[in-house]
Design a protein around this ligand. Structure first.
Ligand SMILES: Cc1cc2nc3c(=O)[nH]c(=O)nc-3n(C[C@H](O)[C@H](O)[C@H](O)COP(=O)(O)O)c2cc1C
Length: 285
C-alpha cells in the first residue's frame, strides 16, 4: 500500500470504505457493513500523532476535552479519576525525560496526565469519619484505572473531532515516583497514562495503522482460540508493507510484539509498578 493510500480524508464520499480498507490492510478485510455515519468515520480515521505544531491550543479547547472526558461512563458514578493539564515547557521537558525522552512530549502544547484517584473519596470518608476499607482492594484501584482510561479515550475522540491529534504515553509509568513528585500526587492517586494533544504538523502526517482481522479478536457466544498462525502471517505482511510505505524500519508485527514482552527489562521500569503503587498507597488487596 502506498503512503498516499493511508492518508484518508474521512469527509470524502468514499471515506468510510477507504478507512475500512486502511484499518484492515487492503484486500484482506471483510466488506464494511452498510450505514456508516460521521462518528464511525472519525473512529476509524484514528491514528496516533507524534509530530505537533507547538503553538498553544485555542481558548476553550481544554474545557471541551474535559467535558467530553467527564461525559464518559463511570463505575457507580464514583468518578474515581482526575487529570492534570501540563502546558509549562519545563515541566513538559521533565515529563518527557521521565517517559523515555519522547520528543513529542516537549513538542505538544498540552500534555494531559490521567489519574486513578481514590484520594477524593478517602478525604470524604475521613471528613465523615466513616470507614472506606473497600478502597484498599485491587478492584477499587482497577475501577479508578478504568474510569481514567474511559475519560481519556473520550478526550481522544473529542480532540480528533476538533482536528487535533493525540498520542498516549504509557511511558509515564516508567518512573511513577518521579511523575508523582513532579505533579504533586497525594497518596491514593496514581498516573495511569499521559496524552499529548496538539495540532498535527501537516508536514509530518500520521497514517491509519492496520489492525488484526476481526476474526482474530471477535468470538461469538464463547471464546474461540483464533487461527492465530494464519492471521499473524497475513498481518505481518500487511504491517511490513505499512511500515515500508511510511519509510519506517520494516519489522514483523509478531517479532516486534514478542520482543516488547521478552523480559522485565523491556518494561523500562514498569516491572516494579507494584512496588511503586504500594508506596503511593494504591489498594492492591
Ligand atoms: C495505553 C497506551 C499507551 C501508549 N503509550 C505510548 C507511548 O508511550 N509512546 C508512543 O509513542 N505511543 C504510545 N501509544 C500509542 C500506540 O503505540 C498506538 O496506539 C499503536 O501503535 C497503534 O497506532 P495508532 O494509535 O496510530 O492506531 C500508547 C497507546 C496506548 C493505548
Amino acid at each position: 500500500m502506498t503512503k498516499a493510500a493511508h492518508r484518508i480524508d474521512p469527509d470524502t464520499a468514499h471515506g468510510f470504505h477507504d478507512l475500512w480498507q486502511a484499518r484492515y490492510g487492503g484486500g484482506l478485510s471483510p466488506s464494511p457493513p452498510a450505514a456508516p455515519n460521521p462518528v464511525l468515520q472519525s473512529l476509524l480515521a484514528h491514528r496516533s500523532v507524534r509530530a505537533f505544531d507547538p503553538a498553544p491550543l485555542e481558548e476553550g479547547t481544554l474545557e471541551w476535552l474535559i467535558a467530553a472526558a467527564q461525559s464518559a461512563p463511570s463505575s457507580s458514578n464514583l468518578q474515581t479519576w482526575s487529570v492534570v493539564a501540563v502546558e509549562d515547557a519545563e515541566r513538559k521537558a521533565r515529563l518527557a525525560e521521565f517517559a523515555g525522552n519522547q520528543g513529542h512530549v516537549r513538542e505538544a502544547p498540552l500534555v494531559l496526565v490521567w489519574l486513578a484517584d481514590l484520594a477524593r473519596l478517602r478525604g470524604l470518608a475521613q471528613q465523615a469519619q466513616v470507614p472506606i476499607e473497600g478502597a484498599d482492594y485491587l478492584d477499587s484501584s482497577l475501577m479508578g484505572v478504568i474510569d481514567a482510561v474511559l475519560a481519556a479515550q473520550n478526550a481522544v475522540i473529542a480532540a480528533q473531532s476538533l482536528g487535533l491529534g493525540t498520542v498516549y504515553l504509557g511511558a509515564i509509568r516508567n518512573h511513577p515516583e518521579r511523575v508523582a513528585a513532579e505533579l504533586g500526587l497525594p497518596p491514593g492517586v496514581f498516573a495511569v497514562v499521559g496524552l499529548c494533544v496538539g495540532r498535527p504538523d501537516v508536514s509530518r502526517p500520521a497514517a491509519v495503522k492496520p489492525r488484526l482481522p476481526q476474526s482474530a479478536v471477535l468470538s461469538r457466544e464463547r471464546y474461540s482460540p483464533s487461527q492465530t498462525q494464519g492471521h499473524v502471517r497475513n498481518y505481518d505482511a500487511t504491517m511490513q508493507s505499512f511500515y515500508a510505505s511510511q519509510g519506517m524500519p520494516v519489522a514483523r508485527w509478531s517479532e516486534h510484539s514478542l520482543a516488547r514482552l521478552r523480559g522485565p527489562e523491556q518494561l523500562k521500569g514498569r516491572h516494579r509498578l507494584v512496588e511503586a503503587l504500594q508506596a503511593q498507597r494504591i489498594g492492591l488487596r
